[in-house]
Ligand binder design. Structure first.
Ligand code: DMJ
Length: 670
């Protein structure tokens, strides 16, 4: 049969021609491939050009539609697949601790920094979800050598990794474990940092070092861990959640009512690898730490201990709980800056949002208003909120141009109304001025060594120290830092001044004058002698040096009012820097002696350590019944780091310690 209508010269119709067999209705059914191909081709040839074009166009159109719908389906499927993977992860309890920030953070940038201006912190893009890591690059989990006998921090890490793996495989609903003890229950899992938090950067440039062999924990470090545990036992048993332990009366004292010792000790526990203790403390922070309290706190003390402690714990653990708490306290401290001069008041009521100077004066202490910058600047970098940084930079700019300095040395007080220094003419590197000098250098390091005014002020001040405050004692000719009062030199030196050798060494390590290192070496010897020349081997709070040789007299004289020891950290802090930068084992040995003497004279058998009233009486050092929070926050931490041979255990090219020994990241690598 034929359905064709032939004859027209214009073939704009469909013509189908059947072969003879079909036409005849014979030959049966032939469906061979060759036949079908031939027949199709014949039919195609019989079509008009227009018909072919229409068909080709249709095919092309269908093909394009097909590709488009395939792609969008792919996306849909991918997201469905990812979602179900995520769901699975949640079920399998993948660690929920947010990743730790990289040790070295991006430098704040400012296109055009005028000389004499502080560069703006360039706040970074809002964050992508952070990469999942368990600790800062230099503190990350590494597999220990199988044959390592000594217990290492990394044993703990590997054990925890294995636990996490097992957890995943078994799909259990157990707690999530991260290295260094952060066991986070599902209901405590931390929120991602606020959308304003900077994007976490590329892996730290030092990541390859993570592959290095782990450094075993040595006997002396174990002794520090033991000391910490003993101190912690006392705090836990008798002062849990309170500010300070009173180890003899088995009670506590309250200063701000904010669990000061616990917060100060958080990052020490992390560094010492005290997992259980850290977990327990974290739970207290999550459930019981409340800043909405009608209480007056000292701006400086709460910044360095609480804000600093929370920020460094956030960096080490990556747990955003600590950042949230840091933001909370940071905001609550801000009313302190509402003064006529913008020089902050000493005290803030963190519940009411009001601030005031001490009752008897409108002055603030110079060290206090100039040693809160590392913490507030870091808080701005993390939150993207510049108000914190602006407030503290304002203070530094103001002090930079203020008259009343003596060759870079500052007086001890500044008025919150006029913004002027008061009580002019007295210069010390001890109480009320000490950390001004420390923070000049450390802010400069934190900001990537770009803020020239800070460096200028620091260098000028050290020249001032050399010119006005250095003397040598008799008979041992120890170089010490005295005080200047209205032109008169006093051979008095606070133990607090012993931060200086460490700071000088840190400056020299960062490229400053080599003679700073020489001075650091002589001063640390003096600070050690402040221990070694005393009957208990522990330094008093203040010493007076003999400037003239007298028969039977040592270099050091101690007045009855000054012979207490508060378990302060400054000498071990400096020993730590000196050992890191020189590798000279004598510094470790000196620190070891000091630890043994703390154990001998300040350890309370039922738990805790105590300040003592008389370092000159080994048979009765007169315990004071108080363990300061900095003993756990600073003294034992610096001891542990001093005894370590692992320079990546808080690498000093990546972290800068605040004045309460809380490490904060340097914004750009050295
Ligand atoms: C700490 O709070 C800090 O180190 C501060 O800078 C000085 N006083 C104590 C420790 O001595």
């Amino acid at each position: 049969s034929s359905a064709a209508a032939a004859g027209s010269p214009r073939r704009d119709f469909i013509s189908v021609t059947l072969g003879p067999e079909e036409a005849a209705g014979v030959g049966g059914y032939n469906n061979s491939k060759a036949w079908r191909r031939r027949s199709c081709w014949r039919k195609w040839k019989q079509l008009s050009r227009l018909q072919r074009s229409v068909i080709l166009f249709l095919f092309a159109f269908l093909a394009v539609c097909g590709v488009i719908s395939y792609t969008s389906m792919g996306e849909t499927w991918k997201s469905i697949a990812n979602k179900s993977l995520d769901d699975q992860r949640t079920e399998q309890e993948i660690p929920r601790l947010k990743p730790a920030n990289p040790a070295v953070l991006p430098a704040p940038q400012k296109a055009d920094t005028k000389h004499g201006d502080y560069p703006e912190l360039s706040l970074q893009k809002p964050p992508k979800p952070p990469r999942v890591r368990r600790g800062p690059s230099n503190l990350q989990i590494k597999a220990p050598r199988r044959d390592t006998r000594l217990k290492t921090r990394h044993d703990t890490m590997r054990a925890v990794e294995e636990l996490v793996e097992a957890d995943k495989v078994e799909k259990t609903e157990k707690s999530i474990i991260s290295w260094r003890g952060a066991v986070i229950e599902p209901d405590q899992s931390t929120e991602p940092p606020s959308s304003k938090i900077m994007e976490l950067e590329k892996p730290s440039p030092v990541e390859p070092e993570d592959q290095k062999e782990p450094v075993p924990i040595n006997e002396r470090q174990l002794a520090v861990i033991e000391a910490f545990r003993h101190a912690w036992k006392g705090y836990k048993d008798f002062a849990w959640g309170h500010d300070e332990l009173k180890p003899l009366s088995k009670s506590y004292s309250e200063w701000f009512g904010l669990g000061l010792t616990l917060i100060d000790a958080l990052d020490t526990m992390w560094i010492l690898g005290l997992k259980e203790e850290f977990e327990e403390a974290r739970k207290w922070v999550a459930n019981d730490l409340v800043f909405d309290k009608n209480v007056d706190v000292n701006l400086f003390e709460s910044t360095i201990r609480i804000l600093g402690g929370l920020l460094s714990t956030y960096h080490l653990s990556g747990d955003s709980l600590f950042l949230e708490k840091a933001k909370d306290i940071g905001n609550r401290l801000m009313p302190a800056f509402k003064t006529p001069s913008k020089i902050p008041y000493s005290d803030v009521n963190i519940g009411r949002g009001t601030a005031h100077p001490p009752r008897w004066t409108s002055d603030s202490t110079v060290a206090e208003v100039t040693s809160i910058q590392l913490e507030f600047r870091e808080l701005s970098r993390l939150t993207g909120d510049e108000k914190f940084r602006k407030a503290v930079d304002e203070v530094m700019k103001h002090v930079h141009i203020l008259s009343g300095k003596n060759d870079g040395l500052v007086p001890m007080f500044i008025n919150t109304n006029s913004g002027q220094f008061t009580h002019l003419g007295v210069y010390t590197l001890g109480a009320r001025a000490d950390s001004y000098y420390e923070y000049l250098l450390k802010q400069w390091i934190q900001g990537g060594k770009k803020e020239n005014e800070l460096l200028e002020d620091y260098m000028r001040a050290i020249e001032g120290v050399k010119k006005h405050l250095l003397q040598r004692s008799e008979p041992k000719k120890l170089t010490f830092v005295g005080e200047l009062a209205h032109g008169h030199f006093s051979a008095k030196m606070d133990h607090l001044v012993c931060f200086l050798p460490g700071t000088l060494a840190l400056g020299a390590h960062n490229g400053l004058a080599a003679d700073h290192m020489k001075l650091a070496e002589t001063l640390i010897e003096t600070c050690y002698q402040m221990y070694a020349q005393v009957e208990t081997g522990l330094s008093p709070e203040i010493v007076h040096f003999n400037l003239h040789a007298q028969k039977g007299h040592k270099d050091i004289e101690i007045k009855p009012a000054d012979r207490h020891n508060l378990l302060r950290p400054e000498t071990v802090e400096s020993l730590f820097y000196m050992y890191r930068f020189t590798g000279d084992k004598k510094y470790q040995d000196w620190g070891w002696e000091i630890l043994q003497n703390f154990n001998r004279y300040t350890r309370v058998p039922t738990g805790g350590y105590t300040s003592i009233n008389n370092v000159q009486n080994p048979s009765n050092p007169e315990p004071r019944d108080k363990m300061e929070s900095f003993f756990l926050g600073e003294t034992l931490k610096y001891m542990f780091l001093l005894f370590s041979d692992d320079i990546d255990l808080i690498n000093l090219d990546k972290y800068v310690f605040n004045t309460e020994a809380h490490p904060l990241p340097i914004w750009v690598p050295a």
